[in-house]
Each structure stands twice: as structure tokens, then as C-alpha cells.
Write a protein of this length. Structure first.
Length: 83
């Protein structure tokens, strides 16, 4: 837990970022890209101090989970038929 981050933001965040400063769909391998392309609120974050972690789930279990708690994801589907 990152206490400084928890006090700056909400206590329930535990200091964990939900994505890397350069965005979760951008390539991490290019140093210049990581430094130049950051979200506005992350411009002061040193990209070399971030360790991206990727987890992989079973696709069918993940799809069911996304139907129950879709977070910020949206897609065209019938919740009664497909979830």
C-alpha cells in the first residue's frame, strides 16, 4: 500500500494505479514514446519507475465478470440474453 497516494486520493484506492501513465493500450517498449505520451494527470510520473503487470484470465469467466461489473467498458449487447 502506498500511504502517500492513499492520503492524496481516496483511502480505498490502496495507492494502486488502474493503468500505466502512457495508457494501457500503448506499447511499453519504446522509451521516447513512454516519456512523450502520458495522460495529463500523469505527466509528472517517471515512466521508468513504473512496473506494468499484466494478468490473463479465462475468457469465458472474464466475459461473465464484465457483465456483472462492467466498470468503464461499454459494448453493444443484450444484458438479459448475453450475460
Amino acid at each position: 500500500q502506498n500511504q502517500d497516494r492513499m492520503s492524496k486520493y481516496e483511502p480505498f484506492s490502496f495507492g494502486v494505479r488502474w493503468q500505466v501513465p502512457w495508457g494501457k493500450h500503448n506499447p511499453p517498449g519504446n522509451y521516447e514514446f513512454r516519456q512523450a505520451h502520458k495522460a495529463a494527470k500523469d505527466k509528472d510520473i517517471d515512466s521508468n519507475s513504473v512496473l506494468p503487470a499484466v494478468t490473463i484470465r479465462d475468457p469465458f469467466g472474464w466475459m461473465g465478470s464484465m457483465c456483472r461489473h462492467h466498470y468503464t467498458a461499454t459494448w453493444p449487447h443484450d444484458e438479459h440474453r448475453h450475460c
